[in-house]
Design a binder for this molecule. Structure first.
Ligand code: DAH
Length: 354
């Protein structure tokens, strides 16, 4: 008889669907696969649903039994799908946990580095502190008085021509030299004193590989009783030997600066060629490094210090120049460029400052 499905056949069919679905669910690897299985068996057109729908044509005596079996299977498949889904989720969590391997080196985060000027400036500060100097600071926006006048460089003095700068008003300018701190320091600290003052200076320069409108100097001033040129030479030699980590030979040549008398250019014997002559020292064997001299009595007076009782020496180290020599930087523009590819090469991280 075609009209009425046979009870045994239906049981057989249900049992087959049971096995088939159980196997497929166990094999499934993702929620998406499981959803497909649900569709295949339990959706409106699903295979289990088809049997439930056909119950109407099943003979009434076996209908409840088949109906119960089909419903059980429906629930069983539903539960098996949910169970498998949570298994898959659990496996995923486990895998992620074990995906963390503590032996893999960490990805490095980029850390900043100190600017070479800062590195050398701090090194110099340490050296000078060791010789009893105090580190002081002064303003970059300076008055005509401290930058020139009090340094024995009155208006119309020809020495001003060499230090053209940016004027902000008739009396305010961007300082051309850290020497501007000399009189400020004497006013504040009196004599005797030993100070250094590193800082940024400005001049109206055409920029090229060796000229910048913004550069750094490190000024030093020592005022005491009976200070002599020998003291000046000793301090300079000690400082330079420590900076270059080798004994340096120095020589003094006369040099003119209005605020020192006598004034000198201190040269060091070229460290590249040991004085033989090379391109770095212009074949002279010597490199001009520190202008310096004995403080002019007028400057002491401007600072409120009695030149009859005290004398002193001052020097103006070209910090930018020194950094270039120390690291072999041939183009000054690198230093103000903010180009991290260049600047980070010198980068020691200063643990204390971070
Ligand atoms: N301030 C001078 C300049 O920038 C350099 C200088 C020369 C500083 C002699 C000094 C010194 O302290 O004694 O050209």
């Amino acid at each position: 008889m075609t009209g009425q499905p046979n009870g045994e056949d239906l049981k057989q069919k249900l049992s087959e669907l049971d096995q088939q679905a159980t196997a497929e669910i166990a094999e499934a690897k993702s929620d998406a696969e499981l959803d497909q299985i649900r569709v295949k068996y339990l959706s409106k057109k699903g295979e289990v649903t088809a049997i439930l729908r056909s119950l109407g044509s099943v003979s009434p005596d076996i209908r409840p039994q088949i109906g119960a079996l089909a419903n059980d299977l429906r629930n069983k498949i539903e539960e098996a799908i949910e169970r498998r889904k949570s298994e898959i989720l659990q496996q995923k969590i486990e895998m992620e946990r074990y995906a963390f391997d503590p032996t893999v080196p960490p990805t490095r985060t980029a850390t900043g580095s100190l600017h070479p000027i800062t590195i050398v400036s701090r090194e110099l500060e340490d050296i000078f502190r060791g010789m009893g100097f105090t580190v002081v600071d002064g303003p970059e926006l300076e008055t005509d008085y401290y930058n020139f006048e009090a340094l024995n460089t009155p208006k119309e003095h020809p020495a001003r021509d060499m230090q053209d700068t940016y004027w902000v008003s008739d009396i305010l300018l961007l300082r051309t030299q850290t020497s501007a701190c000399q009189v400020r320091a004497m006013e504040k600290l009196g004599a005797p004193l030993r100070i250094i003052t590193p800082g940024r200076c400005f001049r109206n320069e055409d920029i090229d590989a060796s000229h910048e409108n913004t550069f750094f100097q490190l000024e030093g001033l020592l005022v005491d009783r009976d200070v002599s040129i020998a003291n000046l030479i000793y301090v300079m030699k000690t400082m330079l030997s420590e900076v270059f980590k080798s004994d340096v030979t120095v020589r003094l040549r006369p040099g003119y600066f209005p605020f020192v008398e006598p004034g000198f250019e201190l040269d060091i014997k070229c460290l590249i060629c040991s004085g033989e002559g090379c391109p770095t020292c212009g074949r002279s064997g010597w490199v001009e490094l520190v202008p310096c001299g004995m403080v002019h009595p007028n400057v002491l007076r401007y600072g409120g210090v009695d030149p009859e009782e005290f004398s002193g020496f001052a020097f103006g180290l070209g910090l930018t120049r020194l950094v270039m020599m120390k690291y072999g930087i041939s183009d000054i523009r690198v230093l103000n460029s903010g180009d991290l590819r260049s600047l980070s090469q010198f980068g020691i991280i200063d643990a204390q400052s971070s």
